[in-house]
Each structure stands twice: as C-alpha cells, then as structure tokens.
Design a protein around this ligand. Structure first.
Ligand SMILES: Nc1ncnc2c1ncn2[C@@H]1O[C@H](COP(=O)(O)OP(=O)(O)OP(=O)(O)O)[C@@H](O)[C@H]1O
Ligand SMILES: O=C(O)c1ccc[n+]([C@@H]2O[C@H](COP(=O)([O-])O)[C@@H](O)[C@H]2O)c1
Length: 183
C-alpha cells in the first residue's frame, strides 16, 4: 500500500478537482468551494496534474503543488500529488486507480466550464463521463453551445463569475516589458 495517500472512508463524498495550477489562483478556490458547498461534499482533493496532455509543458510540478497549497484554504481542501505518484497521465487512469484504492467512496469530477469545449479530446472521454458524476462550474467566456454538447446527467453549478486565469497571471506585466524612455 502506498504511504501518505489522502484519507477517505466508505460513504464519504469527495470532489476531484484536477488542474495544472500554473499558477493556482482565487478562481480555483472559487470552483472548489462552490462544489464543496452546493454538493455537500466532505472533501475536495486538488489533483495537481503532472502534465496536462493537451497543453504545452507546464512549470515544475513541485512549484505548482506549492501554488495550489497557497489557494486551498480550510480543512476540507486537500492538495495532493497522487496523480504523479500513481503515474497517471490521463484522467481515466486516475479515476480507475482511485475507485480501486477507495472502495465505497463517492467521487465527483469537478471542472470549470471551459473544459466542455475540449472534453471530447480527453483520452477515453466516454469512460470518464460514465464513471463518476461530472460537476461543471460556470466560467466567463464559455459558449452556451458547449453546454449543449454535455451529457444530460452532468451537474451544472451556476455561480458568480470569477475572471481569474493562470494564462493572465503568467503574462509578463506591461511595465516589466516596456522599454526604458530615452532622455
Ligand atoms: N476563473 C475560473 N472560473 C471557473 N473555473 C475555473 C477558473 N479558473 C480555473 N478554472 C477551472 O479550474 C481547473 C484548473 O484550471 P487551470 O489550472 O488550467 O487554470 P486556468 O486558469 O484555466 O489555466 P490556463 O489559463 O493556463 O488554462 C479547470 O477545470 C478550469 O476550468
Ligand atoms: O485525460 C485527458 O486526456 C485530459 C486531457 C486534458 C485535461 N485533463 C485534465 O483536466 C484537468 C484540468 O486541466 P487544466 O490543465 O485545464 O487545469 C486536469 O486534471 C487534467 O489532467 C485530462
């Protein structure tokens, strides 16, 4: 048995909130807290992805774990490196492994609505869509058409919009790139 895995017991409801967290921000906390409260979850596990297979190379893993820890507040939030330790590159692998390791625990997959647009590009997406309830939290900029493509049994949580994004935070500040003025 692997040591230091997150703790969960049969009957518990656990949200699985996967992300690159490159870096983590307040929008992530908003998604995790919305799912926690609205679904009455016992815990939300922030699964730091070793590398999103559909994105360019992320910042170092430990840096992103630390960043997620800085945003996950409260005893019901747990940031975990479990995907890295189990060697899971794709979400279907994570779900298979967690269901095997935690029999009787009720898992929910939590994501922001922007993931609707590329969900069908995920490896074995049909298996992912069937294996656990999928919970989608609203995000600005998402097209209503994307929502129409989602399976009917998915849970949509309309929450206040949060405009934070890791892409925006990674962009160098204008001032930092501005050329010095000539005298
Ligand atoms: N502001 C937000 N509102 C709703 N969902 C969000 C928000 N920010 C991130 N998410 C969701 O959190 C999860 C992890 O997101 P991720 O770590 O990729 O952050 P991001 O801000 O989307 O990053 P990037 O800009 O690099 O794509 C995804 O399911 C994403 O949809
Ligand atoms: O399994 C896949 O093919 C797959 C493809 C793209 C994204 N994901 C997962 O989606 C979650 C959100 O990723 P990100 O980079 O948008 O934060 C994270 O848990 C990724 O591992 C999974």
């Amino acid at each position: 048995m692997m040591r230091d895995l997150p703790l969960a017991f049969p009957g518990m409801k656990v949200g699985l909130f996967g992300g690159s967290f490159d870096p983590a921000h307040e929008g992530h906390a908003h998604v995790a807290e919305t799912a926690l409260k609205r679904l009455g979850l016992d815990k939300v596990w922030w699964l730091v992805s070793p590398q999103n297979p559909l994105k360019p190379k992320s910042s170092p893993f430990e840096q992103r774990v630390a960043s997620a820890r800085g945003q996950a507040h409260g005893r019901k939030m747990e940031v975990t490196d479990i995907e890295q330790r189990l060697g899971c590159a794709f979400t279907y692998q994570t779900l298979r492994a967690l269901k095997r390791l935690y029999p009787g625990v009720e898992f929910f997959l939590v994501m922001g609505a922007d993931n609707l647009a590329n969900f069908r590009k995920w490896r074995n997406w049909r298996e992912v869509a069937k294996s656990v309830p999928v919970v989608v939290v609203s995000r600005p900029g998402t097209s209503p058409a994307d929502r129409l493509c989602a399976p009917k049994d998915w849970i949509f949580l309309n929450a206040r919009f949060n405009r934070q994004s890791s892409t925006a935070l990674r962009k160098p500040k204008r001032a930092a790139v501005a050329k010095p003025r000539r005298k």
